[in-house]
Design a protein around this ligand. Structure first.
Ligand SMILES: *[C@@H]1O[C@H](CO)[C@@H](O)[C@H](O)[C@H]1NC(C)=O
Ligand SMILES: *[C@@H]1O[C@H](CO)[C@@H](O)[C@H](O)[C@H]1NC(C)=O
Ligand SMILES: *[C@@H]1O[C@H](CO)[C@@H](O)[C@H](O)[C@H]1NC(C)=O
Ligand SMILES: *[C@@H]1O[C@H](CO)[C@@H](O)[C@H](O)[C@H]1NC(C)=O
Ligand SMILES: *[C@@H]1O[C@H](CO)[C@@H](O)[C@H](O)[C@H]1NC(C)=O
Length: 508
């Protein structure tokens, strides 16, 4: 009797495991869509001045994250964190990958496409790759700026549609896939292809010399129509700039519609996890390259076919782009292998799988951030933690002026801000250039009572306990992620033997 009961239990367990296994193997694909410098210029996030019906349709099948953040506000570094789950200071992609910037991840990094490929999952990338070296980020199917025009694979939505179709047509029946579609829209292009307008909003619009993108119906907006976020000067120049950006967002939106249609028509809609987000803040003052809310908050939609109970709901949970790798590994049940990068400690992912948030609302309330450079000349290391109401930023090189990037510099918004500041005219901005360039070492904001982050509480005696608790939290994360900057700016890290900070007595 006892024996047969035990046998029965074992049998039940076996059946249960089997069901779980079948359940697991059913959910097999991932489509990751990353926009380039996109923000909240979408009606999904209540911007009523713009229409993005395809993002809306995706949002109706998704959990809409209200507190999603990038850990770094720069393109290549952010993409490296998305594809490794490791902050830029840990994976080595300290700044931009292309040209003279030349940043790359460490050779020992075990990236998401590498781990998935080793597990038999087919990997594809269409659009902007912007990370390296090649062997760390291998894809089976790749149409990127490395062997195509980035305008074609990143902004020509007809071409993107055809490439997605080809990828899905070549898909073998039982093999899972991970497809990464990295739009180059709505990135600026006034510094590289000014003939197409500041946001390449004219590229493919059918006008003389612009070519045509057959699947795109450009949406036009007047400067009066746009919503000017609090961190952008409300001037005619900035409004015209935003109107151009909105037109480019319409190409992104329609492109997303085409990609999702291809997925649906190929029969993969019901077994594919779809994630939509962006790499960093929008390319406006106080946006991209900053770790303030305006530079690091991201749109994020996650759609899982089998979790319909939360479709269309908003989540307040604090989530990070560092969570994307753990989420996708979890979806495919691929373990993160034990390894080290510099031969020191074992690498741990500090992000988490977001799949539980698709079932019930979690209470996650902390995200971390780490930035070192953008362009190679733009050394301005910052570390940050955002917990509950508070954001703490550590500006390690606070005595230097905050650096400005090339495409942002020539933007109509920034040129206008420079001109107005030089001429002593009203700027319409919530900061002064002087205040923007020269920052305090520690910045502490209560983002609930001060969402624009204009009142630094770091020196406020009443906030000392909060300040110290967050400093300790941040430091702990820096040690856990092997941050080479952990001792700066007033000490030197002696990393060999027992890693420790040795004081510099430099007066900081
Ligand atoms: C949009 O606005 C409504 C009404 O104020 C609010 O309930 C909702 O949370 C907002 N949604 C987003 C995504 O911001
Ligand atoms: C493009 O380059 C990537 C990386 O070098 C390679 O994997 C891929 O096969 C190439 N694709 C085409 C179509 O040549
Ligand atoms: C976009 O791609 C399609 C398909 O490859 C092509 O016919 C069209 O000319 C391209 N448009 C532009 C503006 O390059
Ligand atoms: C996906 O599921 C929906 C409803 O659950 C169903 O209407 C649709 O036919 C399914 N699509 C495929 C390709 O199985
Ligand atoms: C800024 O000033 C320069 C030089 O005076 C001028 O050429 C340029 O058009 C101005 N730009 C804007 C956006 O006002």
């Amino acid at each position: 009797m006892a024996f047969s009961f035990r046998f029965y239990v074992l049998l039940r367990l076996f059946i249960l495991l089997n069901i779980c296994f079948v359940g697991e193997s059913k959910k097999r694909n991932v489509l990751l869509i990353i926009a380039d410098d996109a923000g909240f210029e979408t009606d999904v996030y209540n911007n009523t001045a713009i229409r993005t019906p395809h993002l809306q349709a995706l949002a109706r099948r998704s959990v809409i994250f209200q507190n999603a953040f990038t850990s770094v506000s720069s393109c290549s570094p952010s993409r490296s964190t998305i594809l490794t789950g490791l902050p830029q200071h840990q994976n080595g992609m300290y700044g931009l990958h292309q040209g003279v910037h030349h940043f790359n991840s460490f050779d020992q990094v075990q990236s998401l496409p590498l781990l998935l490929g080793k597990s038999g999952i087919r990997t594809g990338i269409i659009g902007k790759k912007h990370v390296g070296p090649g062997p760390v980020y291998p894809f089976d199917f790749a149409y990127t700026e490395e062997n195509n025009s980035v305008l074609q694979v990143g902004r020509n939505i007809t071409r993107i549609k055809l490439l997605v179709r080809r990828f899905l047509q070549e898909q073998e029946e039982e093999r899972p896939f991970f497809l990464y579609v990295a739009f180059h829209d709505p990135h600026r292009c006034g510094h590289s292809q000014p003939q197409y307008g500041p946001f390449c909003e004219k590229f493919g619009n059918g006008e003389a010399g612009m070519g045509r993108i057959p699947d795109w119906t450009p949406q036009h907006y007047t400067p009066e129509q746009v919503k000017v976020p609090y961190f952008i000067p409300d001037t005619p120049a900035a409004r015209a700039d935003l109107a151009a950006q909105y037109t480019t967002v319409s190409r992104l939106d329609q492109g997303i519609g085409l990609v999702l249609k291809e997925l649906r028509e190929a029969g993969f809609e019901n077994d594919t996890l779809v994630i939509y987000s962006s790499d960093n803040g929008i390319p406006f003052p106080n946006g991209r390259t900053n770790l303030y809310w305006s530079g690091s908050a991201e749109p994020m939609l996650i759609s899982a076919p089998e979790h319909q109970q939360r479709w269309g709901q908003e989540s307040q949970a604090y989530v990070s782009l560092l969570d994307i790798t753990p989420t996708i590994l979890d979806w495919f049940s691929v373990p993160y292998p034990p390894h080290s990068i510099m031969g020191n400690g074992r690498v741990e992912l500090t992000g988490r799988s977001l799949l539980p948030a698709l079932e019930t609302e979690p209470s996650w309330d902390t995200v971390f951030a780490s930035q070192s450079l953008h362009e190679v000349t733009m050394y301005y290391p910052m570390r940050a933690v955002h917990q509950g109401a508070y954001r703490l930023i550590h500006n390690l090189n606070f005595k230097m002026p905050f650096p400005i990037d090339q495409d942002f510099y020539v933007s109509p918004t920034f040129q206008d801000l420079l001109n107005r500041t030089q001429a002593g005219r009203p700027t319409g901005w919530f900061k002064t250039l002087q205040g923007y360039y020269y920052r305090e070492r520690w910045e502490l904001y209560d983002t609930r009572s001060d969402p624009a982050e204009t009142r630094n509480l770091a020196q406020d005696p009443a906030h000392q306990p909060v300040l110290e608790a967050l400093q300790a939290r941040l430091l702990k994360w820096q040690w856990a992620t092997e941050d080479p900057w952990v001792c700066g700016p007033d000490a030197v890290l002696e990393a060999k033997l027992t890693p420790q900070c040795r004081p510099l007595f430099n007066g900081l």
